[in-house]
Design a protein around this ligand. Structure first.
Ligand SMILES: Cc1cc2nc3c(=O)[nH]c(=O)nc-3n(C[C@H](O)[C@H](O)[C@H](O)COP(=O)(O)O)c2cc1C
Length: 365
C-alpha cells in the first residue's frame, strides 16, 4: 500500500517531503539567564529534521509572555543568535522549521514576572496549577489588559515575527490554542470585556487578527500558520459549550482571506475530554475541512495507522506528532520501514538537561 503520510505536500510556500509534522513541544531546556536556545536544542531539532516540517516549541514573544521555567524567547539578540544556531542545524540536516509564537497570558505566575501579575483579557483566575522548579503553584487573578497594553502585546508579536526572519526560520505559527492568551480572548469564560475586544465573535477575534496583520507585515502569509484547539475542555481553565464552535468557525472563515500556509488543529484526544460538554464535536479536522480554504495539519493522539486513515479520509493534508517525536528522532524512517517506536518518558519532558532530550536512539544504520 502506498503511504500518504510519506508523500510530499505543499503547505503555502512550505514544500514538505512528507506529511509527518513535529508538533510544538515545550521542553524547558533554555536554561540560561537569556532564555536563549542552546547547543543541545540545536542538536535535538537537527536529530528530528527528517520530519516534513518542525514546529518549534512555544517561543515567548516577551518577558510578559512567560508562564514556565526555561522556555526560550525571541525578543532579544542573544535569542536570535541561539535560534539561528538551531535553524542552521535543521537546514544543514535537510529540514524545515517554523517558530511557534507564544504568549501564556493568565496561565502564568507572579514569580515569572518579578512579583507582578500575569496579564489576560479579564481579571478571571483560571484556577489552574502551573509547574515551577520548586513544585506546582496555583494561578492568581490576572491583570486585565488595558487597550494600550493590548497594542503593546500586538507590537511584541511584530518584533518576534521580525526576529524569526532574522533567526532564519522558514515561517511562523501563531500559538492561538491550548488556553493561552489568544484562546483566552476567544473564550467568554476568560474574556468578560465590554469594549471592542469582548462580546461578539468579531470583537473576541480582534486581538488575534491584529496580531495576524502585524505578523503578515513581516512574513508572507504563505509562511504563516496558526494553531487552534477548539475542543479543549476542562483544561487550562477553558470550557466547551454551544458558543464555542461558532466562535472558532468565525475565526477560520475570516482567516481564509489571508492565504495562510496552514491551520493546525488539535483533536480531542484525552479520555473523557468532552464528557458532559454541550456543543462538542469529535472530528475537528473533518469539521473545519468544510470551512477552511488553507491546508490543514491535524494533531492529537495519532499513530501511523490513524494518521494514514485521516489523510485517506481527506480531512487533513498532514499530521503532527507530539510525544512520538520526543522519543523517536527518526520517526519518519521508523514509519517507512515499519519499525517499532521508542516509548516516551513523561518524567523527562520538562525537567531540563540532556537526559530524555537528545539521547533517544535512532534505528541502527
Ligand atoms: C511535553 C509537551 C510539551 C508541549 N508543548 C506544546 C507547545 O509548546 N505548544 C503547543 O501548541 N502544544 C504543546 N504541546 C501539545 C502538543 O503539541 C500536542 O498537541 C499533544 O502532545 C498531542 O499530540 P500527540 O498525541 O501526538 O502527543 C505539548 C505537549 C507535550 C506532551
Amino acid at each position: 500500500m502506498t503511504s500518504r503520510l510519506l508523500a510530499p505536500v505543499r503547505l503555502g510556500a512550505l514544500e514538505l517531503p512528507n506529511r509527518v509534522v513535529m508538533a510544538p513541544l515545550t521542553r524547558c531546556r533554555a536554561d540560561n539567564p537569556d532564555f536563549a536556545p542552546t547547543e543541545s536544542m540545536a542538536r535535538y531539532y537537527a536529530q528530528r529534521a527528517s520530519a516534513g516540517l518542525i514546529v518549534s516549541e512555544g517561543t515567548i514573544v516577551s518577558p510578559q509572555a512567560r508562564g514556565y521555567p526555561f522556555t526560550p524567547g525571541i525578543w532579544s539578540e542573544a535569542q536570535v543568535v541561539g535560534w539561528r544556531r538551531v535553524t542552521d542545524a535543521v537546514h544543514e540536516a535537510g529540514g524545515r522549521i517554523v517558530c511557534q509564537l507564544w504568549h501564556c497570558g493568565r496561565l502564568s505566575l507572579p514569580e515569572f514576572h518579578d512579583g507582578e501579575l500575569p496579564v489576560a483579557p479579564s481579571a478571571v483566575n483560571p484556577e489552574w496549577k502551573m509547574f515551577t522548579p520548586e513544585g506546582m503553584r496555583t494561578t492568581v487573578t490576572p491583570h486585565a489588559l488595558r487597550r494600550e497594553e493590548i497594542a503593546a502585546v500586538v507590537a511584541d508579536f511584530g518584533r518576534a515575527a521580525h526576529n524569526a526572519v532574522l533567526a532564519g526560520f522558514d515561517g511562523v505559527e501563531i500559538h492561538s490554542s491550548n488556553g493561552y492568551l489568544f484562546h483566552q480572548f476567544f473564550s467568554p469564560c476568560a474574556n468578560r470585556r465590554d469594549d471592542e475586544y469582548g462580546g461578539s465573535h468579531e470583537n473576541r477575534a480582534r486581538f488575534f487578527f491584529e496580531v495576524l496583520d502585524t505578523v503578515a507585515a513581516e512574513w508572507s502569509p504563505s509562511r504563516i500558520g496558526f494553531r487552534l484547539n477548539p475542543m479543549m475542555n476542562r483544561f487550562h481553565g477553558i470550557a466547551v459549550d454551544e458558543e464555542t464552535l461558532p466562535m472558532f468557525e468565525h475565526v477560520v472563515r475570516r482567516a481564509n482571506g489571508y492565504g495562510l500556509a496552514f491551520l493546525h488543529l488539535t483533536e480531542p484526544y484525552q479520555p473523557g475530554q468532552l464528557d458532559g460538554a454541550t456543543g462538542a464535536i469529535a472530528d475537528v479536522a473533518g469539521h473545519f475541512r468544510g470551512i477552511a480554504t488553507m491546508p490543514i495539519i491535524s494533531n492529537g493522539g495519532f499513530d501511523r495507522a490513524s494518521a494514514e486513515a485521516a489523510l485517506a479520509s481527506g480531512s487533513c493534508d498532514a499530521v503532527a506528532f507530539g510525544r512520538a517525536c520526543i522519543s523517536n528522532p527518526d520517526l519518519v524512517e521508523r514509519f517507512r520501514v515499519n519499525a517499532p517506536l521508542n516509548e516516551w518518558d513523561a518524567s523527562t519532558f520538562y525537567q531540563g538537561g540532556d537526559l530524555g532530550f537528545i539521547d533517544y536512539p535512532a534505528l541502527e544504520a
